[in-house]
Ligand binder design. Structure first.
Ligand SMILES: *Cc1c(COP(=O)(O)O)cnc(C)c1O
Length: 482
């Protein structure tokens, strides 16, 4: 008997799906009708248009970098800068012979930075690009360790009796802890003691020094608060110490955020190679150097401070070029971008961008202050970092804290971390905004509007909720250290 087709079967025949082709709409394609691989690579190939759309759509689930108020890292570059980066993406910065011009441009950047940091023309500075300040700090630290060991041995100090140590304030960025773990160094923390001045106490730093101290690391742009350590006072006290010490102690400045800000904004402030005991400085090109991540720089005031064992030689134009980095292969694009920015902005351009950024920071600080609930810890007067805590009075009157506020601001897309201060002040939680070049007065006024609204909502929502018993066990957002 003849089977009579159901209307469903007849419908199905009308819509016989063929394989995707170039006119198939992306979101009507068979290839898009899948979950993307999570654990195991897929078997089949995928059309690049479709693959691009599906993978790019995954990015939507990240926060919007422009609304990320916690990061120091550049979130905007001009069209031409992006083009330079794309053009140079395929170069390998370590292939000195194959890409001699990348090497040349890196050297030009080192020269420009050495000049911005007032390198002494009578000395022979050395420097290199790195992936970021972390690698730059590691190199600075390694150089201090190797140099300490050599000098200690020459002086007959028993280098096996104790671990070498490094002196830094407890406001240090996590890279210094890593450095000490990786290179087996004792981290000697100078605890912060004055809430009104959360910076390294130079006197206490010197007191921690002995024959096993490889160096002291002051910070220009303290990650937690944006403050500056008093390097002038430290340098002075250290000169006195070094006169009598068996083994002199050098300074490495961690200028991750200040290194490419201060030379333009406070050129008269001596924090760099103008100070005698400063032997090396590191910075992040991707912070106020205005480059997308990741690039950093480290410079030594003279080659004397970069022990030879750390320098390797790679072939370059029939000769050899010294290299001193932890990484081997990496794209030259960040180096080209840094050079492009130096060419494009010049001194005036960097100053103009940073001055506007500072103004936006001061504007934000005034706005936050006027809300009347917060104690200001940094108002953007150093680097454009605005940092505040909830005042004692507000804490007593309110049922919410900064962590609740941070969460509420996420509703509007803002990412602003709340986190506890370092040792001695852990019970104080703060909120911090790192103002960057691409943030405008307009954007900050919208942020202030949203913060006001969030406070109103929290005030009315929290009147019935019991106050949290403790803040212990709060998770520190990863972003706060950047
Ligand atoms: C950001 C930062 C670092 C780490 O720099 P990266 O460029 O992110 O590797 C180190 N020290 C300080 C003070 C910083 O602010």
């Amino acid at each position: 008997m003849l089977h009579k087709k159901s209307h469903i079967e007849r419908d199905a025949e009308k819509f016989v799906f063929k394989a995707d082709n170039s006119s198939t709409p992306i979101f009507g394609s068979i290839e898009s009708d899948v979950l993307l691989p999570r654990e195991k690579i897929g078997q089949k190939m995928m059309d690049p248009r479709i693959a691009y759309q599906l993978v790019a759509d995954e990015m939507m689930h990240d926060g919007n970098p422009r609304y990320n108020l916690c990061t120091f890292v550049q979130t905007y570059m001009e069209e031409e800068a992006r083009k330079i980066m794309l053009d140079s993406m395929a170069t390998n910065a370590i292939d000195k012979a194959e890409y001699p011009q990348t090497t040349e441009v890196e050297k030009r950047c080192v020269n420009i930075i050495a000049n911005l940091w007032n390198a002494d023309p009578n000395e022979d500075y050395m420097g290199t690009s790195t992936v970021g300040s972390s690698e730059a700090c590691m190199l600075g630290g390694m150089a201090m360790k190797f140099r300490w060991r050599k000098r200690a041995q020459e002086l007959g100090i028993d280098i096996t009796a104790k671990k070498p140590n490094l002196v830094v304030s407890s406001g240090y960025q996590v890279v210094w802890e890593k450095f000490c773990v990786y290179w087996d160094i004792e981290l000697r923390e100078v605890h912060l003691s004055d809430f009104n001045n959360l910076t390294l106490d130079p006197k206490k730093a010197i007191e921690l020094c002995d024959d096993y101290t490889i160096g002291i690391v002051p910070i220009m742009g303290i990650t937690y608060t944006g403050g500056f350590d008093d390097i002038i006072a430290l340098d002075k006290l250290l000169s006195e110490y070094n006169q009598h010490a068996k083994l002199s102690v050098p300074i490495h400045v961690d200028a991750a955020s200040g290194g490419l800000y201060l030379p333009f904004m406070q050129p008269d402030l001596a924090w760099d190679f103008r100070l005698k005991n400063v032997v090396s400085i590191s910075t992040s090109g991707h912070k106020y150097g205005l480059i997308y991540p990741g690039i950093g720089w480290v410079l030594w005031r003279d080659k004397e401070f970069l022990p030879e064992e750390l320098v390797f030689k790679v072939a370059y134009l029939g000769d050899f070029e010294p290299t001193f980095q932890i990484n081997f292969s990496r794209s030259g694009s960040q180096i080209w971008a840094q050079y492009y920015c130096f060419v494009r902005w010049g001194f005036e351009g960097y100053r103009a961008v940073h001055a506007k950024t500072r103004d936006v920071g001061l504007f934000l600080a005034r706005g936050i202050k006027s809300l009347g609930l917060f104690d200001m810890i940094n108002e953007g007067q150093n680097i454009p970092i605005v940092c505040w805590s909830l005042s004692q009075k507000a804490q007593q009157e309110r049922q919410w804290d900064l962590y609740d506020l941070a969460q509420h601001l996420r509703f509007n897309g803002w990412q602003v971390p709340a986190y506890p201060l370092p040792a001695n002040f852990q019970e104080v939680s703060v909120m911090r905004v790192v103002v960057r070049a691409d943030q405008s007065m307009e954007q900050m006024s919208l942020f202030l509007k949203d913060i006001k609204q969030a406070i109103q909502e929290l005030d009315s929502a929290c009147t019935t909720r019991p106050k949290r018993a403790t803040q212990q066990g709060k998770i520190v957002p990863m972003g706060y250290t950047h």
